[in-house]
Design a protein around this ligand. Sequence first.
Ligand code: NDP
Length: 315
Amino acid sequence: MSQDKTIRCLIIGSGPAGYTAAIYASRANLSPVLYQGLQPGGQLTTTTEVENFPGFPEGVTGPQLLEQMRQQAERFGTDIRSGEVTRIDFSKRPFEVEIDGSTELTAQAVIIATGARAKYLGLDDEKKYAGMGVSACATCDGFFYRKKRVAVVGGGDTACEEALYLAGIAEQVYLIVRKDHLRASKVMQERLFARENIEVLFEHNTVGLFGDNGVEGAHLVYKKGTPEEAKRDIAIDGFFLAIGHKPNTDFLAGQLELDEAGYIVTREGRPLTSVEGVFAAGDVADPRYRQAITSAGTGCRAALEVEKYLLEKGL
Ligand code: NDP
């Protein structure tokens, strides 16, 4: 392997976690190199208005927020590169990293901030109405549905949480569940059934969306594939996916401890992973909060850990 120069701090990912780590690492003179990945900016680039990131009283768009973070990281000297990490070997020191299947480099410490992506049903209409009524984040976009009608798809804790959140804003919330029961915890179910403006549609599948100017309704099928199968359309203004997320950790297979859903397992309430010198920040290690601000917070923590690690190891 060619080893022209070993990177002291390699940051993988260009969402709020990656850029915040880059700002801290560059200000600490760690000469970080950040690889942006296949979708520079990550999930925030697919949202419109971000109104819950402190410091922006009038709101800011996802792409604008990311652009400002990128500029801030660059201002302190972060080397931002396009490219995707395709393979990594944590058994060697310094760590060996492959970019885009060919370029190879080595790194003393690595921060993984590759994020997660929301799962979608796979309907063409989800793409057609992206940003026009289809969302995978009620906390981000719910506000736009004040006194309107929305549907949430899913039967887990996230779906219930999103439905409850939306019920406080929207006039009517439908929860579309493919089975005849919810997977969510009992306490969550009780809260859900106590809300008068939430209607749970058990054994319903969504087969399409319709509307001339954004989403105006969804085509559902009840008991699909059975003799009782029946079609039903509901009028809605917003369609929220809450069928789980997939962390972007495929490239780490066998290299780090992951949980059964593929999220990086961190230790001691810190961004430490199962390999010394490798740190995790943002949604890639967080199935629970998944907010830009919490990701930024863990990015900061990971950079501070790298600084401490390199100092202790004399690297
Ligand atoms: P889950 O995997 O728990 O639930 C996903 C839900 O989406 C299931 O009801 C599943 O249906 C449904 N689903 C999956 N694919 C499809 C599809 N193609 N069509 C229709 N429905 C589909 O994911 P969550 O994001 O809800 O939760 C992830 C983890 O985070 C869980 O462990 C959860 O407990 C935890 N969490 C905890 C919270 C809390 O305690 N406050 C809040 C949020 C999450 P089916 O049941 O039929 O498989």
